[in-house]
Design a protein. Structure first.
Ligand SMILES: [Zn+2]
Length: 358
């Protein structure tokens, strides 16, 4: 029985890992998970034969290169398959059947969001939002997940985790906004700027050939870009010395409001502009809410400081060895995932150790 379950855990981990490799490539690129149904080489687009697609071994056998075109295939596939199989197996040993099932779901969420965040600096809502629901459902179905036998208490602890985790990081992101405030561009002399749009998904302000993308500056409804224009032509009409306030969907001036879809051209000269700056993305807020749904509020209070500590050590370490400079950003999601995994496997031991002082 045990051996069968162990064997089953490894196989199912490999199978899911292979599927996750595909999700990590396709989800952020908005390629359907179902079509094409076969795996394909990202370079030559040729489908990959099933025998080369066997998790872990296929990649090793081909030494990380496409059989058709010889281009490198990202080691990410191999890593995701190996990590998923290792996680599923470790969860089987630690928790056994049936508690390993919700832990597998939780681990899958963490693995998917980690690899997407590393590559794209984003955590898709399509993972984090259902993750919150899955964590609450898992706590009701498997109250042992929250260390209790009462479904009601488990549900309460889970919702508490969503609120404490999401609330804390939301507060941090708001405080960060206050602390870092706005990013100001001050130029020595009036410099050409223009607004360029390729709606619905791309809009930007270009000041002196430097683009400021909408997706990097707008996170909330009230976020705005302010430009003090010495002179500007808006849809063919000339103005002198007015303030332009761009919101994600419109431009406001003293002369009124114009929807971005009606904005044909904005060209002018400016010496001063302000951009909103984000200390932390809302993706992280939704991810920690999902983590809280699985770990409860105590788990969240463990995960956030541990993630921050590991992130800070990595951040300072890579600067010290010269692999990164101060301004380059690092995603926070992977550290939250590492903190959560430490909590899943060693949280109880930590609590016992912590209580031994009191
Ligand atoms: Zn190829």
């Amino acid at each position: 029985m045990e051996i069968t379950l162990l064997f089953f855990s490894v196989l199912i981990g490999l199978a899911f890992g292979s599927f996750f490799g595909c999700c990590i490539y396709r989800l952020p690129r908005e390629i359907s998970l179902l079509k094409p149904a076969f795996s394909f080489c990202p370079t030559c687009q040729k489908s990959i034969a099933w025998y080369y697609n066997i998790p872990v071994f296929g990649w090793l056998w081909l030494r990380g290169r496409c059989h058709e075109c010889g281009e490198r295939i990202s080691p990410r596939y191999f890593l995701v398959e190996a990590i998923t199989a290792a996680f599923f197996t470790a969860a089987f040993f630690r928790f056994g059947f049936p508690l390993m099932i919700p832990i597998w779901v939780f681990g899958s969420l963490l693995i998917l969001t980690t690899f997407i965040d590393i590559e794209f600096f984003l955590i898709p809502d399509i993972l984090s939002k259902p993750g919150i629901a899955a964590g609450i459902a898992a706590s009701l179905l498997f109250p042992e997940l929250q260390g209790t036998s009462s479904r009601l208490l488990a549900g309460g602890l889970s919702i508490g985790g969503v609120l404490v985790g999401g609330g804390l990081l939301y507060l941090v992101s708001e405080l960060g906004k206050l602390a870092f405030g706005r990013y100001k561009v001050i130029l020595a002399s009036p410099t050409p700027f223009s607004f360029q749009a390729n709606l619905p998904d791309d809009a930007r302000i270009v000041i002196d050939d430097e683009p400021f993308l909408w997706e990097e500056h707008f996170f909330r409804k009230k976020d705005r870009i302010r430009i003090r224009a010495e002179e500007v032509t808006i849809n063919g009409e000339d103005f002198q010395g007015i303030d332009l306030t761009f919101y994600h969907d419109r431009l406001e001036t003293v002369r009124g409001t114009i929807s971005l879809t009606d904005l044909r051209s904005v060209v002018g000269r400016t010496a001063y502009a302000e951009f909103p700056r984000e200390a932390m993305g809302l993706g992280d807020v939704k991810l920690i809410a999902a983590i809280g749904a699985f770990t409860g509020w105590v788990g969240v209070l463990f995960t956030i400081p541990v993630a921050s500590l590991i992130g800070a050590i990595y951040g300072v370490g890579t600067i010290l060895i010269g692999r990164r400079d101060w301004s380059s950003k690092i995603p926070f999601g992977p550290y939250l995932a590492i903190g959560a995994i430490i909590w899943i496997f060693w949280g109880k031991e930590f609590l016992n150790w912590y209580r031994s002082f009191g």
